[in-house]
Write a protein that binds this ligand. Structure first.
Ligand SMILES: [Zn+2]
Length: 490
């Protein structure tokens, strides 16, 4: 079934009082008061099969009914002629755009400037605060559309020394030489104090589907974890801790953990090192049980799609449509359709699927993550489609990951997507997308194509194409499983 195009129901009234259905024409991009760039895009929508002209030049009308052109503007007022015809009649519009070579200087009142300076100023503070559920550390006070760059999530109940505030952030001291930032919403003032403490004994063993490392501490301390490659090691820096672990019990029943070790990185920074037996990690979590720091390392699943539990996330949903294509396709619908195709193919291969949404719901990022974490998925794929750049050319696919351990999986996805002839928009590392943050399972984000690109919109409007994309994703998963198996046999 083709997704219907909503843009072409526009009728315009004929002159002389008689109502007459004109050839549908809607301008969806390019109607602007003033622009500061000479190169200007006009995008319109008519019925599929109609012809279109922009400033007298014929342009391609895609199967979606969308068409577009690049126009070089002259300085001052421009009137761009857009004509569509269906062989019986025609419709025309004049798009007015004013092109100014000089961008106006931004005018700031003194008051506004002062306010901006005050907002950007780091104010000194001196109090202690305790973390709430969902708290995460940021490396710095930077910001973009995805928020500041995350170091990682931390458990609740950790006391931080707050030394400054800036906008919505607190600056917290982690150790003598290290600080981070936390969103104010996740800290609450406390009477408890911070201190540098001695670490206690460790215990390493197996617990169900996980290997478990437990480090006893007298109180909850801040930490930062990551996975290294070659060799594959899970590392956790614990801030405010000095080694006094003179007893590390290691049971030999662990499946993933080869050995554990520690490093006193600084006089008050203690690193827990977990060397894995295998090159590939299937995720881990760090949390406190009482005051014990517990790192659960997930066992490898059965290395076959048969028996694997895969999380699928269709981006956006409900009142959040995501990107909208020129002809009116909504990203949320395209994402869900691709996820459903992928689900069918994976289930046919014996995998079990966990979806963050299976209809037009709008779960929050936290709810999506909880769905996958609670289900203990072996791997998660989030599907989106992109927007931006030129509407006239193909923009391509991109695949994103945050943690370096997920790079290979993302690269395999990217390779399989570009096999469809998609341009390579890039493999994006350290992507600050919320669903790339979890460490509990490998995860990647696919931005399959661009909703805003007319040639790509044409592909995205075709559900048969969604199946093609799903097939490539399955191939990439099989590539990954093959690589894991090969590494095990070494
Ligand atoms: Zn999206």
């Amino acid at each position: 079934m083709k997704i219907r195009i909503i843009g072409w129901v526009l009728l315009s009234m004929g002159i002389c009082g008689t109502a007459q259905a004109a050839v549908p024409l809607k301008i969806v991009r390019g109607e602007r008061d003033t622009v500061y760039q000479q190169k200007h895009y006009i995008v319109g929508v008519t019925n599929p099969g109609n012809r279109a002209q922009v400033n007298g030049k014929s342009v391609r009308v895609y199967k979606t009914g969308s068409f577009g052109a690049e126009v070089m503007l002259k300085e001052g007022a421009n009137s761009i002629e857009v004509i569509v015809d269906d062989g019986m009649g025609q419709n025309e519009k004049y798009v007015k755009v004013f092109y100014s070579k000089k961008r106006p200087e931004k005018l700031y009142t003194m008051e506004r400037a002062k306010k901006t300076m005050a907002e950007n100023e780091l104010k000194a503070c001196d109090f202690n605060a305790v973390s709430k559920e969902g708290a995460y550390l940021q490396y710095g006070d930077g910001d973009d559309r995805l928020g500041g760059s995350k170091m990682g999530f931390v458990d609740a109940g950790i006391v931080f020394k707050v030394t400054g505030e800036k906008g919505g952030l607190y600056k917290v001291q982690l150790s003598q030489n290290r600080y981070a930032f936390i969103d104010k919403d996740y800290l609450e003032p406390t009477e408890m104090t911070t201190q540098t403490v001695n670490t206690g004994s460790w215990h390493v063993g197996k617990n169900g589907k996980y290997d478990r490392v437990s480090v006893s501490l007298p109180c909850r301390l801040p930490y930062h974890s990551w996975t290294e490659l070659d060799p594959t090691r899970i590392c956790v820096d614990v801030f405010g801790a000095m080694n006094n672990s003179n007893w590390i019990t290691q049971l030999n029943d662990t499946e993933m953990i080869d050995y554990v070790d520690f490093l006193q990185v600084d006089s008050d920074v203690y690193r827990v090192i977990i060397k894995l037996k295998q090159a590939y990690s299937w995720g881990y979590s760090v949390a406190y049980e009482g005051n014990n720091l517990v790192i659960n390392v997930k066992h490898a699943p059965e290395l076959s799609l048969r028996g694997m539990k895969i999380g699928l996330d269709a981006g956006h949903g409900g009142k959040y449509p995501g990107a909208i294509s020129p002809s009116g396709l909504k990203e949320k619908d395209v994402n869900l359709s691709m996820v459903k195709e992928l689900k069918a193919l994976l289930e046919a291969k014996g995998a079990s699927i966990v979806m963050s949404r299976d209809g037009d719901q709008e779960p929050t990022m936290a709810e999506r993550k909880k769905t996958f974490k609670d289900a203990e998925v072996d791997l998660m794929i989030s599907i989106h489609n992109n927007s931006g750049g030129s509407p006239l050319v193909e923009m391509g696919s991109c695949t994103a990951y945050k943690h370096i351990v997920n790079r290979e999986l993302a690269a395999m996805m990217q390779n399989r997507l570009t096999e469809l002839g998609h341009k390579n928009f890039g493999l994006i590392g350290n992507f600050n997308f919320s669903l790339n943050a979890p460490t509990e399972y490998p995860n990647v984000l696919l931005e399959v194509l661009f909703m805003s690109s007319l040639p790509e919109e044409e592909k995205l409007a075709d559900t048969l194409y969604h199946k093609k994309v799903a097939k490539q994703v399955v191939l990439a998963l099989e590539d990954y499983i093959k690589a894991v198996k090969a590494a095990q046999q070494k």
